[in-house]
Design a protein around this ligand. Sequence first.
Ligand SMILES: Cc1cc2nc3c(=O)[nH]c(=O)nc-3n(C[C@H](O)[C@H](O)[C@H](O)COP(=O)(O)OP(=O)(O)OC[C@H]3O[C@@H](n4cnc5c(N)ncnc54)[C@H](O)[C@@H]3O)c2cc1C
Ligand code: FES
Ligand code: FES
Length: 466
Amino acid sequence: MTSTSELFFTLNGERVSLPGISPSMTLLHYLQQSRRTGTKEGCGDGDCGACTVAIATRNSEGKPCYQAVNSCLIPLGAIAGREIVTVEGIADGRLHPVQAAMVESGGSQCGYCTPGFIMSLFSAYYDGKVDDFSVEGNLCRCTGYIPIRHAARQVTNAQPVDRFSERLAQVDLDLSEVAYSTQAQQFYRPTQLSEALELLQRYPNATLVAGGTDLGLEMSHHRRSFPVLISLEGVAQLQQIEQTSERLVIGAAVPLQTIETTLKGIFPGLDEMLHWFAARQVRNRATIGGNLGTASPIGDLPPVLLALDAELKIANSTQTRTILLADFFKGYRQTDLGNDEIIVSISIPKSIRGAKRLSQAYKVGKRGTDDISIVAAAFVVDLDDDRAIVQARLGYGGVAATPIRAIEVENLLVGRPWTIETIQMVKPILRETFTPLTDLRGSADYRKLLVANLFEKFFVEMEEQS
Ligand SMILES: Cc1cc2nc3c(=O)[nH]c(=O)nc-3n(C[C@H](O)[C@H](O)[C@H](O)COP(=O)(O)OP(=O)(O)OC[C@H]3O[C@@H](n4cnc5c(N)ncnc54)[C@H](O)[C@@H]3O)c2cc1C
Ligand code: FES
Ligand code: FES
């Protein structure tokens, strides 16, 4: 890759060229610094949506679209060569239809959240479906949501033909290779896995970035810069989803929004957990590999993937290996991943042949959406024709230093009948299986109770459905 010292992108139709700028600077920080103050900062950590901008990309069906993203979490390196639209760029002598709808519905009082809402609505407008979920990642403290929902309804199902839809049809959405360096920092966006692995071998202390929704907090809140960042966003091999009759293989850099729409209905626990996972702007960028790579004990996908017996494919520049997810987490925020390795894909076996599979996932948080878990749990139980348990997997988050399975109880369940008596028998054991911490979100006792009671809830729900 030939290195350049100029980072460029398109902002509201104009080419912006930034020689020598830090590739770890967030887009929001840059917008503020260049006096483009329409885009607001509320929380600076992806929670409020005030900083939402639109980025031209492809949706999960491969069609060109504008995607709402939190500019407070995106490093400038990640938008190299891309097309960004902010609230300042959408009116053209007259208000854009989504702005007009907000005005007519009285959807703005103090107005601080409004640019973010507008950009979420704008992105959904060109995707042809505006609904409540289009603005799930935007918070408003004073107007109340009814007028905003009215505005959304006014512009739903539009099939706009205007300069933005025309631009989407023209712009090159394929991510090109980027090798950008300043005196102190380097940013790479390879397009081949082999290149990414070679870079990692050359720079053993480099930091991998996928969607940046975890790492972005370091750049946003802590204004941290990284000497070498290697983005995985442009690597096509990491973006694929493959299905065989036996397994489903998800590329590590597949965004959660794509998994949510493309794999709907295959794994009920995955569907359920993605529904409660952050909000639209975060899921548009966050990847499945990033959720495992960050190794958070309260990550929401690990319990689901543990219960599904997922296996990871991991590569370095010389070899590829596989490891069960259950063996991947080694300690608090520690994994089995070497400095020179990348998670390539996550492989999930389908149901055991001949068995009836019951599965579901649960997330308990302080509020419904856009919150982190107090405890997350996912269960997969396979039954034979006599309703005896052939295999059980119980995955938990928020109860130990790592996401973890209740292996003792799983073993105890095998061969027993799937009855309330069996559940009552294992509940006291489940309650004492882990030694969770007490923190601001919940006490250790509350968490222990959830570990046991969520399994009973699972039993009751499965019985109701059968
Ligand atoms: C507002 C907000 C809400 C959130 N809500 C939730 C939630 O509800 N549930 C939840 O679980 N998480 C949540 N998160 C955390 C975060 O969104 C997820 O962990 C997400 O899946 C991270 O993916 P990413 O691609 O953005 O990771 P990045 O930030 O790009 O990377 C995270 C880590 O993984 C490493 N990494 C990334 N890809 C790979 C790879 N292929 N191989 C090896 N290492 C890799 C990176 O080096 C980094 O250390 C939230 C975050 C925010 C900001
Ligand atoms: S400033 Fe709150 S999400 Fe970015
Ligand atoms: S209008 Fe004031 S925060 Fe939404």
